[in-house]
Design a binder for this molecule. Structure first.
Ligand SMILES: [Zn+2]
Length: 448
């Protein structure tokens, strides 16, 4: 059987992930993501109303025109998890394919909300829920399997397409977490089994985000302990404490909520995306928040809550807000600019349970936000965080477990691929033979 890979998006930079695998007559698409930084750099762009081709020209969504070169039928569109760089282009591209969108329950719910917000296209694809550990027949000779992985968002999987020529394992995005705060540990046992079954692993496509960082990525339970240490150290402070983190990082939000309660403060989630992700996770029973946890997204209800906090005493609350990257319109940035009823005082604490995404725009905005907060007297606690992506030893362990015949580095720029290429070559792979460094819009023929 012929197996080929179309590397559509995410092979020149992080963002707008999209890869298609053709096995015989069947094609499966993995991810359809958005490169948000290409959108945010323009003022007042509303992607909801934009046409796909304009977004492709901006570099915001994958240029899927290469799909016309694949001779087969698309049988499934499979987003691996709910981050925007993996699902953000579904509302712009999925309607071009007569295929269901297959994902885990939390991811499907986020896809559903995204399609609802779309104003230009009517996306009618079936939404099919599939849990980690489950399989689905693809055409007559192929099978799709979801293997449970751990990442900075819940319900993440690595999809595997089993073909008669061997398994194609799509490895975006994960870290190796054996003690996650929510959900099951990464299923390394299953990855090792897949390597030993039938034809073994034909191809492994890997997320190189942190390939250049030595050692291993710590577990979420390490970030949780770090957070606990910080929060215990300021337990007796009788002024304002504010925290921010990735709104999609439900495990982190859960830790913040629990430690706020331990400190005797009422946690409250503020900001549209805080309400969206945490509300969805709670509705689907991934997390059990206290009954009195308030979640407010709309500007009016947020301002009302801030007024209540000022009236009842800042020392009784812990607002958990958006704005960890210094995004100009996010809550924490507005607080820094003095645009909310919440007044910061000398010595008040601001906890960043996030790392700045190393990109000049983010770094500049975050710098500005921290300066503004500092000018109002706030003390900053930075980097209370662990990454959701594998580092060098995690990459070594994955290659060692899977023993793939071919390896394709993804989810990075050419420069970002370099440390991964070094590692893979040290393990016996060779660029141009079985290690395929590629760009967006290419085809890689694995078997004939
Ligand atoms: Zn991700």
């Amino acid at each position: 059987m012929e197996v080929e890979i179309a590397t559509i998006g995410g092979y020149e930079a992080v963002g707008r992930q999209m890869t298609a695998v053709r096995a015989g007559d069947d094609v499966v698409i993995f991810d359809m993501g958005l490169n948000l930084s290409k959108v945010l750099i323009h003022d007042n762009v509303e992607t909801e109303r934009m046409h796909s081709l304009d977004l492709i020209d901006m570099g915001a969504i994958p240029d899927d025109r290469v799909m016309s070169e694949l001779e087969g039928d698309v049988k499934a569109i499979v987003p691996t998890h709910g981050h925007l760089d993996h699902i953000g282009a579904i509302s712009k591209l999925a309607h071009r394919y007569d295929a269901p969108i297959v994902a885990t329950p939390f991811t499907i719910e986020l896809v559903k909300q995204q399609i609802k917000g779309e104003e230009k296209f009517g996306v009618q694809n079936d939404l099919v829920k599939m849990e980690a550990g489950e399989t689905m027949q693809i055409g007559e000779r192929n099978e799709l399997e979801f293997v449970n992985v751990t990442h900075s968002i819940i319900d993440a999987i690595n999809p595997v397409l089993h073909t008669p020529e061997g398994a194609v394992v799509y490895g975006l995005d994960k870290r190796m977490d054996h003690t996650p705060v929510i959900g099951d540990p990464i299923d390394m046992k299953r990855f090792r089994e897949i390597a030993r079954e039938d034809e073994g692993v034909l191809c492994y496509i890997e997320d190189c985000t942190n390939a250049g960082r030595k050692g291993r990525t710590p577990s979420e339970s390490v970030a949780r302990r770090h957070l606990k240490d910080v929060m215990q150290s300021i337990e007796d402070y009788d002024g304002g404490i504010v925290a921010t983190t990735f709104s999609s990082h439900i495990a982190r939000v859960k830790s913040l909520v629990e430690f706020a309660k331990d400190m005797g403060r009422q946690p409250v989630l503020l900001g549209r995306s805080m309400e969206k992700y945490s509300g969805t996770a709670e509705r689907l029973n991934f997390v059990d928040f206290p009954d009195d946890l308030g979640m407010y997204g709309h500007r009016k209800s947020v301002d009302r809550t801030f007024k209540r906090i000022m009236n009842e005493g800042k020392e009784n609350f812990l607002p958990i807000v958006t704005g960890h990257q210094g995004e100009p319109r996010a809550m924490l940035t507005r607080m820094g600019r003095g645009e909310t009823p919440y007044e910061l005082s000398d010595g008040d604490k601001v906890l960043f349970s996030a790392r700045v995404i190393p990109e000049p725009t983010n770094e500049g905005q975050r710098y500005q936000s921290e300066k503004l907060l500092g000018m109002q007297g706030a003390r900053i606690y930075d980097d209370i965080h662990v990454s959701g992506h594998l580092r060098e030893e995690g990459h070594y362990e994955m290659l060692d477990a899977l023993q793939p015949q071919h390896v394709i580095p993804a989810h990075q720029s050419l420069k970002g691929f370099a440390p991964y290429v070094d590692l893979a070559e040290n393990m016996g792979y060779k660029v141009g033979r079985d290690l395929h460094v590629t760009r967006n819009g290419n085809m890689i023929q694995l078997t004939e």
